[in-house]
Design a binder for this molecule. Structure first.
Ligand SMILES: [Zn+2]
Length: 420
């Protein structure tokens, strides 16, 4: 487990300083009678609890290529890599069929308001441009924006149409993960030394695979790498440049700016938050870390949302009862249940992760729906609107949600961010 640390505000216990009512109205929208700013200092962080069971699905790594199916797998094996030791040796890239199968599963499920679960799909907005890099002798990294297609010999017919179909049906909400996922600075350092690490990178790149993290954790994450100076994070200026670049690439791909972001490897600091806020991102997502945490709004106006369940069937057989217990704990505290399930779980070309994952996710959602008749599926945009603008458009007039705001004193603390 790799872990990192992130400065953040941590709220104290004690809810219900005052309540906000989210009530259904005849137009079909839920309107929050929002007692905004009541009795609080301007920059004091607010955290929130919800009166109804809310369930969100978060998923990272979409659009990021890995091992190029059987051909790339055999090529890497022929170069001496013993692939198959861990699930991420078999991480490839989702196909249109994988995405469609997930879309169908989500459409089969409904909450009490008639809405399907909406998977927040965190996207990497570029891949390495292997063709250009090969022509350059693999001496440096070069990027191919996702909007320009897939690099080198990678082929995924219909994939982008499948993403868009799911978005149009409301079962996917694209969000920002990053540009490359790994630390470009770490790759540059390795290439400059021209040693074993450079050789390993060039072996992967020859097979049109960017890297496999567990085999080379020194490669780090987009905003952080273990061997960099000053705690490993990039400077505020560099993070800002990268966020601007990835937001531009995101809008070229999806025709809209990202509202929500989750840093690669969950490695983000306050400079990342500031860059996200400047780019118009309203929701910052953190990993499961070391406990259940309430969503809160920071000094930049960003709503921080914490995942609280790692649901990764590709890694181990999920224990549905255990997840139901976690759900009960979250709901008892007024927290949304935020389920993390990475894209690898829906891959199928080297190993069928998709079939078992869809079956177990189906079981989990069915169990939640039958246990909690009041359950609502929400995405990051819904949560942000509920706590700020007072609107939760769900198409139903029957739903009421009470939102409690904690405005007790906050203290600066160190909040642990989970592993990738
Ligand atoms: Zn990731």
């Amino acid at each position: 487990m790799n872990e990192s640390w992130r400065l953040s505000n941590r709220g104290c216990e004690g809810w219900a300083t005052f309540s906000l009512l989210v009530a259904g109205v005849g137009s079909g929208e839920i309107v929050l009678h929002f007692l905004k700013n009541l009795g609080r200092k301007r920059d004091e962080p607010q955290s929130f609890a919800f009166s109804r069971p809310l369930v969100a699905l978060h998923s990272d790594d979409w659009g990021r290529v890995g091992v190029r199916d059987r051909e790339g797998f055999e090529l890497l094996r022929s170069r001496g890599l013993r692939l198959g030791e861990r699930p991420y040796d078999l991480y490839t890239l989702e196909t249109a069929e994988d995405v469609s199968a997930l879309t169908e599963l989500l459409l089969r499920h409904r909450d009490v308001a008639g809405r399907s679960p909406c998977l927040v799909m965190n996207v990497c907005t570029a891949n390495l441009d292997f063709s250009k890099m090969r022509a350059d002798g693999f001496r440096r990294t070069m990027l191919l924006p996702l909007s320009a297609g897939l690099p080198g010999s990678w082929s995924r017919p219909g994939l982008f149409d499948a993403y868009r179909a799911g978005i149009d049906k409301g079962v996917f909400q694209p969000a920002l993960h990053g540009t490359t996922h790994f630390s470009d600075a770490a790759a540059v350092r390795a290439l400059a030394k021209n040693g074993e690490r450079a050789q390993l990178l060039q072996t992967f790149w020859t097979a049109e695979t960017p890297y496999i993290f567990w085999r080379m954790p020194w490669i780090g994450y987009e905003y952080w790498s273990p061997e960099a100076a000053k705690g490993g994070f990039l400077s505020a200026e560099r993070q800002n440049e990268l966020v601007i670049q990835s937001c531009k690439a995101f809008s070229q791909c999806f025709g809209t700016q990202p509202l929500s972001a989750c840093a690669p490897g969950y490695r983000a600091n306050t400079n990342t938050d500031r860059a996200w806020a400047a780019a118009g991102i309203h929701v910052a997502v953190s990993g499961t870390g070391d406990g259940l945490r309430a969503p809160f709004i920071d000094e930049y106006g960003i709503l921080h949302v914490y995942r609280n369940v790692d649901f990764e069937p590709c890694e181990h057989e999920p224990d549905i009862e255990k997840y139901l217990e976690l759900a009960a704990l979250c709901f008892a505290r007024g927290l949304p249940l935020v389920i993390s399930i990475h894209s690898i779980n829906f891959h199928s070309t080297l190993k069928d992760f998709r079939g078992p994952s869809i079956a177990t996710l189906d079981r989990l959602l069915s169990a939640l729906e039958s246990k909690y008749s009041e359950l609502l599926y929400v995405n990051d945009e819904d949560l942000y609107r509920m706590v700020t603008a007072g609107v939760f458009a769900d198409g139903s007039a029957k739903v009421r949600v009470k939102v409690s705001v904690n405005q007790h004193a906050w203290s600066q603390g160190i909040a642990q961010r989970g592993s990738a």
